[in-house]
Design a protein around this ligand. Structure first.
Ligand code: SF4
Length: 387
């Protein structure tokens, strides 16, 4: 079967489940309108890129949730990173998607243009290699992400300890998915009928935590991969589970997600981190949602090593990212969307990250284009002049 045929067969299953829901709704058993949410930024991008929303029956809505790691990083943590970058004799090592993240004092990109040393890396081990080469200089790795990226950070910290490296530490904002999702589901703002859960996080933590989440919040959940066929399959399962009023977890990605997760990665996380309360953009402080570096490794925790101050939470004027992340607003609800805020000139984190909802909306939902405004067309001023 081709990918298109596979998607079509999934859509037919969704339609059949939707008809069953409508019949039950007519009998007053259930409501017929369904709202599902994909909680991972990679799923958001796939859904927008492949036009999945437009293929669904009109009374099935697919919302984008808080799973983009850059987007949920709290503003004070971003400000901390950008302030730190301005410190002399210090190098920030970061993944590329943090470079243009706007803070209250500019961005890392701005800081670099003024002489700050910012190194783009592909793995925390690259930061270790740089630190080994220049022992007189301090290297800070900016660690963001959920359980998918935390094991690599943990491995780097243990390697730094083994090498007795004194000039390497981590500005750590790692988060745990399940407590963040629990906080989202406990908020009264949304009535969700099902969740599409990220296969890469589940590959690390396993099915059990997602199963508990489904049971506790009485919501069907489907773990799946990142192709359109995976997502349409997950939606078909969700529609069928909902039609059968079943609140269970289905693992639709068994080729990558074992029931118990990845024991090596989990052991690394447990050796280096402990659960802590952390601040998530839009969701605020959430107990057990953070991964704090354990006390005996505090010398690799940049916040403690450099005695960094706690910064105030100063939101970006006009930016609705805090609502977009929770799906209580869409990108076009923001007056800055595709006008002052574009991928070339991002104002909020949801436009910076390629996995952010505003960025996906901008790239793949072209109704917003203002032909008279080059920035709105996604071209730079320079390109517009040369065109
Ligand atoms: Fe924030 Fe820009 Fe999205 Fe508005 S369009 S919510 S400013 S990222």
């Amino acid at each position: 079967m081709t990918a298109a045929e596979t998607v079509r067969s999934h859509l037919a299953r969704i339609e059949r489940a939707a008809i069953s829901m409508r019949q039950k709704a007519l009998r007053g058993c259930v409501v017929a309108d369904l709202t599902f949410m994909e909680i991972c930024g990679t799923h958001t991008t796939t859904a927008f890129r492949t036009g999945l929303h437009s293929l669904l029956p009109t009374h099935i809505k697919l919302l984008s949730g808080p799973g983009c790691p850059v987007c949920v990083t709290a503003q004070p943590d971003i400000d901390q990173l950008i302030n730190l970058a301005k410190t002399p004799n210090l190098t920030i090592c970061t993944y590329g998607d943090l470079l243009r993240l706007p803070g209250n004092g500019g961005s890392l990109e701005n800081a670099r243009s003024k002489g700050a040393d910012i190194q783009i890396i592909y793995s925390p081990l690259d930061a270790l290699a740089l630190a080994k080469k220049q022992p007189q200089r301090e290297f800070i790795f900016a660690a963001v992400g959920f359980e998918t990226t935390a094991p690599a950070t943990a491995a780097a910290i243990l390697e730094a300890q083994a090498l007795n490296l004194k000039n390497f530490s981590v500005l750590n904002t790692h988060k745990r998915v399940i407590p963040a999702l629990s906080a989202l589901l406990a908020s009264n703002d949304l009535q969700l009928d099902g969740l599409i859960c990220p296969g890469h996080v589940a590959a690390i933590i396993g099915c059990k935590p997602f199963r508990s989440l489904a049971k506790t919040h009485k919501i069907p959940c489907v773990i799946t991969g990142f192709e359109q066929t995976h997502m349409s399959h997950a939606l078909a399962i969700l529609a069928e589970l909902t039609a059968n009023q079943s609140h269970q977890l289905s693992n639709a990605y068994p080729e990558a997600v074992p029931e118990t997760g990845n024991p090596t990665a989990l052991a690394l996380i447990d050796e280096v981190f402990q659960p802590s309360t952390t601040n998530c953009r839009a969701l605020g402080p959430i107990p057990h949602s953070g991964l704090q570096i354990r006390t005996h490794l505090a010398t690799y925790d940049a916040t403690k090593k450099l005695n960094l101050p706690t910064l105030p939470d100063r939101s970006i004027p006009g930016c609705l990212c805090h609502k977009v992340i929770l799906a209580t607003a869409t990108p076009p609800d923001c007056t800055l969307f595709a006008k002052a805020c574009t991928p070339i000139h991002p104002i909020g984190p949801c436009m910076v990250s390629s996995e952010g909802t505003c960025s996906a909306h901008f790239k793949y939902n072209r109704n917003h284009i203002d032909r008279s405004n080059p920035a709105s067309r996604g071209v730079s001023q320079k390109e517009a002049v040369l065109a």
